[in-house]
Design a protein around this ligand. Structure first.
Ligand code: UD1
Ligand code: CA
Length: 462
């Protein structure tokens, strides 16, 4: 079997055109840093080694990407050619063929890289590179070919002549080199160019000059090899990735009413026959069960929804929602909340760290924080847990089948027994025993002819 490739990812650049405090390769697409996406793809190739050249924001990159990679520090970023030069002393005798690529090309797929690798191994070149013809070639290095169509070199846009700029075929920044041929050429490249950098692309020209065999593999899908240098290209990459994700879920039996207005992150999972309405954001490790109806206008993050759940116009973060529950419109479910099966959380309701038992309802305008609510409980409109005394949080327990009158305040800690009732407008400070009525309310006074008397005082005006 052929010796597997060793991979080198160049991720040391600052990404000046992003105008950002964050190293470019850490900018996110559909929930993941672009470098993370690329590394996941590369690991699918089972490379011999995976070397990461880092430099600008090296600590931040290491911290975000984590252990498990061989990091090589390029202290001064003197160009892509220089980034490869610094890896030389870390290479081992078995690192024979090197797949070298930029860290800002996250949309490339495993299929493409495998096809490219096969091409290189079959054709037995000294180097191979991926080229493409994007609609707008600006910013990319142009591919120079001779009259017989063989690659002669690559010219960077800044250094290109008028005729060269008109060339449509560009360099994707994905290469395979025979290691020995590459480092021989890198010794000859200089930095006499507009940017004053050592260009990796110049190694191609040197190779050809020395009689080496350089192969070009044209990508049929330029969207795969889009390089991200600016916020504009980042947005374009997000759009492409979002389309891929949505197409995947539609192929798995999920209805997405308008895929252009639906944002599903990479690690989300969705079961079939679920319908997703527009302006919905499914984020993080969210899992959606079968036959749910989500949206419009929902944001669901790191949450687990069972089957047949309906959510409209709501925000749900770090929650578990069981089968058949109904949420919204306009509910905010905060971390630690568990809504059991067939329960209902209605309009303008906020739940935080609250367990809502099976079949229980909080239909209107309520806040339940740190509450343990049993089964078949009904919480009247406007009820609130006063769970925070300014120092610590306290629990409210409402047992099964309790009936909570509208505008009840629970001054926690407090317990409402099984089947108990609270009177509307009560501030409940003491436990209510099972089956009892808890009521706390000043008696109403009606003052006769109050209006008439008041207008007398004001000179007869009503
Ligand atoms: C590069 C290619 C260009 C190609 C384009 C495709 C060169 C000289 N040019 O241009 O032909 O069309 O990619 O997207 O290679 N990096 C380092 N250390 C450095 C400089 C850069 O690690 O000193 C890394 C960057 O982090 C980045 C990658 O190399 O991930 C490419 O650098 P970038 O500046 O984005 O090159 P482009 O101008 O896009
Ligand atoms: Ca780039």
């Amino acid at each position: 079997m052929e010796n597997p490739l060793s991979v080198i990812v160049l991720a040391a650049g600052e990404g000046v055109r992003m105008r950002s405090g964050l190293p470019k390769v850490l900018h996110r697409l559909c929930g993941k840093p672009m470098l993370r996406i690329l590394l996941d793809t590369l690991e699918g190739l089972s490379p011999r080694r995976l070397l990461l050249v880092i430099g600008h924001g090296a600590d931040m990159v290491k911290e975000t990407i984590g252990p498990g990679y061989e990091y090589i520090l390029q202290e001064e970023q003197l160009g892509t050619g220089h980034a490869v030069m610094v890896t030389e002393k870390f290479l081992e005798p078995d690192d024979v063929n090197l797949l070298i690529m930029a860290g800002d090309v996250p949309l490339v797929t495993k299929d493409t890289l495998e096809g490219f690798t096969r091409f290189f191994l079959e054709k037995r070149g000294d180097a191979a590179l991926i080229t493409m013809e994007p609609e707008d070639p600006s910013g990319y290095g142009r591919i120079l070919r001779d009259s017989s169509g063989e690659v002669r070199g690559i010219v960077e846009e800044e250094d290109a002549s008028r005729e060269e700029i008109a060339i449509k075929e560009v360099n994707a920044s994905i290469y395979i080199f025979r290691r020995e041929a590459l480092f021989r050429c890198l010794r000859h490249i200089g930095r006499d160019n507009r940017k004053g950098e050592y260009y990796l692309t110049d190694a191609i020209r040197e190779l050809v000059k020395g009689g080496g065999k350089v192969l070009a593999w044209k990508s049929t899908d330029p969207t795969e090899v889009l390089g991200i240098n600016s916020r504009d290209q980042l947005a374009e990459a997000v759009r492409i990735m979002q389309k891929r994700i949505n197409q995947h879920w539609m192929s798995q039996g999920v209805t997405i009413v308008d895929p252009r207005q639906t944002y599903i992150e990479m690690d989300v999972q969705i079961e079939r026959d679920t319908i997703i309405h527009p302006f919905t954001f499914l984020k993080g490790s969210t899992k959606i069960g079968e036959a749910c109806e989500i949206g419009p206008f929902c944001r669901i993050q790191n949450s687990i929804l069972g089957k047949d759940v309906v959510v409209e116009e709501s925000v749900i973060r770090e929650c578990v929602i069981d089968e058949g529950a109904r949420i919204g419109p306009y509910a905010s479910l905060r971390p630690g909340t568990h809504v059991s099966s067939r329960a209902k959380v209605g309009t303008f309701v906020e739940l935080k760290n609250t367990q809502l038992g099976r079949g229980s309802k909080v239909p209107h305008l309520s806040y339940m924080g740190d509450a343990l609510i049993g089964e078949d409980v009904n919480i009247g409109a406007g009820s609130i847990t006063c769970n925070y005394d300014g120092v610590s949080k306290h629990q409210t327990v409402i047992e099964d089948e309790a009936f909570i009158g509208s505008d009840t305040m629970f001054i926690a800690p407090v317990r409402i027994g099984k089947g108990a009732v609270t009177g509307a407008g009560s501030a409940i400070t003491k436990d209510v025993p099972p089956e009892s009525l808890g009521v706390e309310r000043a008696e109403q006074r009606n003052i006769k002819d109050w209006r008439k008397r008041r207008s007398g005082e004001q000179g007869g005006k009503r």
